[in-house]
Ligand binder design. Structure first.
Ligand SMILES: [Zn+2]
Ligand SMILES: [Zn+2]
Length: 211
């Protein structure tokens, strides 16, 4: 089961993925910023009696990590990020100050993940793909059994991730899409970090940035 929340002034998609058989779950990119958003996420987990195993981060731009401290404390779980994204993660408090986001609670990363890692919870398996460009340590999480990818800010419906931030690389981004995401089957659903889902096949055929 996939639950999508849209959080913060950045309209960031936070994903809860739960294993149907065991109710074990992961939270990907907890972007809850306002107290009410944190409570909405917490209440969803409690109402569905989910057992949160991991906090997984596609990358660590501020809108994707607003809620890391909250979910780590609330569910007593570890947060995972690619090591190459620590340069972004460590800069988040400074970036929040620049945006005037005074409510940000800094947090910590507990372990690094990398290409080829698998996260298992119940019968569900998420495979880690390394897809840098929008961020230096950007990853995606693929569920081959249920045929979808949680893609973060790499590929959007009709668009691609921005590369005008520090540590972005546009050539790397396009290469990540062509050589990693576009090698997935066409019918796989892409759940992006912003806006609505799409599919690999739709973007292969119609996305003007990577056609
Ligand atoms: Zn981003
Ligand atoms: Zn984002």
């Amino acid at each position: 089961m996939i639950q999508i929340f849209e959080f913060s002034p950045f309209h960031e998609n936070t994903y809860v993925i739960a294993d149907e058989a065991t109710a074990e779950a992961v939270i990907i990119d907890p972007g809850c910023y306002e107290q009410a958003e944190k409570e909405a996420l917490g209440q969803f987990i409690e109402a569905n009696k989910l057992d949160v195993k991991y906090v997984l981060l596609t990358h660590s731009h501020l809108d994707h990590v607003f809620g890391v401290a909250y979910v780590k404390r609330k569910f007593n779980v570890n947060a995972y990020l690619h090591e190459l994204d620590m340069v972004i993660f460590n800069d988040v408090p400074t970036r929040c100050a620049l945006y005037g986001l005074r409510g940000f609670e800094p947090s910590t990363i507990d372990a690094f993940l990398k290409e080829g890692d698998q996260f298992r919870f119940g019968n569900t398996v998420l495979d880690v793909l390394f897809v840098p460009g929008h961020a230096p340590g950007h990853v995606a999480f693929v569920n081959h059994a249920e045929r979808y990818v949680i893609g973060g800010d790499v590929l959007f419906k009709g668009s691609v991730g921005r590369t005008d931030f520090p540590y972005c690389n546009h050539a790397d981004l396009i290469n990540s899409i062509r050589s990693e995401l576009f090698t997935l089957p066409d019918d796989y659903t892409v759940y992006p970090g912003h806006m609505e889902p799409t599919t690999i096949g739709t973007e292969k055929q119609t996305n003007p940035y990577v056609k």
